[in-house]
Design a protein. Sequence first.
Length: 431
Amino acid sequence: MAATPAPPQAPPKPTWDPRRPEPAFPWLRPTIRIRLTLLYGGMFLIAGILLLSIIYLLAAQALRTGNQPLFKIVDFNALRVTSTDCPGVDNGNLSLSEFNAAISACIDHQRQAALDSLLSRSLLALLGLAVIAFAFGYAMAGRVLSPLGRITRTARAVAGSDLSRRIELDGPDDELKELADTFDDMLERLQRAFTAQQRFVGNASHELRTPLAINRTLLEVQLSDPHAPMELQQLGKTLLATNERSEQLVEGLLLLARSDNQIVERKPVDLAEVASQAIDQVRGEAEAKGVVIRGERKPAVVQGNGVLLERIALNLVQNAVRYNVANEQREALPHKGGGGSREGGWVEVTTDVQHGQAILVVTNTGPVVPAYEIDNLFEPFRRLRTERTGSDKGVGLGLSIARSVARAHGGHISAQPREGGGLVMRVMLPI
């Protein structure tokens, strides 16, 4: 009889513990509280010793230790005295009581003068020590808080989509170093998560391209057969349109994943040229719908990726043309062949430089857009409540891609409803 196999053993426990080891004497750890207590306590002690020493010297000088007495006896028998500090006792006709009163008044005057001198000099000494203490305290506080500035600069760089930055703070094992190490660990995990997400989207998009391309080829071959039944040709056209929509969705997802990264290689790009190229690509569709494209495009050069910036302009102009309605009134608009009038909507594309920023503005006539629906337009696969994802006007990624590209270039995009219908899309990029 065969022996019963032994059950599988449990995997060994990991020997590495991610938790930090506890020190033997945690109260000896050079924490920020202890360092600040020692620093400012020592500064207060030194300032007190200096102030006490200065006051002692000033008091000794005010008392005039070892100086000449207030008066000198000139004639002991006649009780004649002379004094440089008490001129009132020089009179030889003073009685004993008057002499004592004059001496007392002179002593009181000298005491008051010494106190006034001590007070004024002590105030000057205190003012000087205060200036020195504030300057020294400011310098020491900057030295103690310099790691926080380093953490802040790194966080600001990370906010600009640069997840590769690390603080790598060196120094004593205090709360600031622990915070910096924790922040570095968090950035490491975030970078791995974002990289994995973008790699997944990119790989999925690339993998989906192959079957979609095969489907498109098979459908085109089938539609090229002149003997194919009409029903089969109609079905093939429908499937080809669906396949084309799927290809657009895949391309949009891939571009959206790429545009979330920071632009590393930047070159001078003129938004006016980018907008003109986008208009040339959409002009045929605009003429078919009776939409006129107009606007003045002034030079606005930015540092960025020309392909991605052209995608912003193309998406905005395409949306402005596709989501357009004819005006009820006739507008007199010039044509290449002369003046005339026609009925239809319009799209205005302008570029300019304002307040140190390059601005691309796309305005169109169209349906009335509620203000509370504006934020939903920038979400993937989101449209107005009257539209659905299955609309033939796009896959719902155009504005999401435009926002991601603008953020990658350090700018932003905003939208606001236009009075009478339509939208005003404004892209602002740093020069």
